[in-house]
Ligand binder design. Sequence first.
Ligand SMILES: Nc1ncnc2c1ncn2[C@@H]1O[C@H](COP(=O)(O)OP(=O)(O)O)[C@@H](O)[C@H]1O
Ligand SMILES: [Mg+2]
Length: 214
Amino acid sequence: MNQLNPLAEKWLSIVLTTPFNATKHIHSHQDEVYKIETPSGCYYLKISKSLKAEHDNLKKLEGILNAPRVINFYNADEKDYLLISELPGKNLVELIGEWTKLEVVEKFAQAIRHLHSVDVAKVFPHASTNDVLSHGDMALPNIIISDQSKVGFIDFGQLSCGSPELDLADAIWSLQRNLGPGYGEIFLKKYGAVAITPKIQKALKFKYHSPESE
Ligand SMILES: Nc1ncnc2c1ncn2[C@@H]1O[C@H](COP(=O)(O)OP(=O)(O)O)[C@@H](O)[C@H]1O
Ligand SMILES: [Mg+2]
């Protein structure tokens, strides 16, 4: 559906109290994602069966990480509607044409290193000492880079704490999907010292096949 449903239209007009224009985002796949433009700024609206976890996770990250703010949340007709602030900029897939592939890999690694350096206990008080903040869906389209090169993170439905290898393996998959094979090792080098666990090893091996072949 490229047009917002009437229920969402009505809810947004109450919440925003201003005229708005909704455009379906071309990169959204799992959820319906719309960019909402108003005279005073932009927002994003996600519509899906369950967005409660993403809502709760974004609340936990407020003031800790550059991630969207929750503006409003609504449930109707067995769907969740999550309205969040825009992180202005472009996601790392949109930057592939503008930057060299190596620049994309380097920024991706830097972003994940930053995420993993956050004090995890502020978000998960019961985390173990070796745990890091784990995004859970670490992929190039989920990193937003502003014009000033500031890094932002979105799509937090699967936030948890745990070993860095979870995000690193996902990141290697994403690099292969979006940049092609052969960037895994460079990525890990840019990220910094990391143990090559079987999970990471497995992700690196996929560079010799297409991900669909597995
Ligand atoms: N708050 C936001 N600020 C800027 N861009 C966003 C925001 N939310 C979503 N987007 C854009 O929409 C795309 C899809 O949103 P995302 O939350 O990642 O949905 P999905 O669960 O479908 O991956 C992102 O890759 C990004 O380009
Ligand atoms: Mg996403």
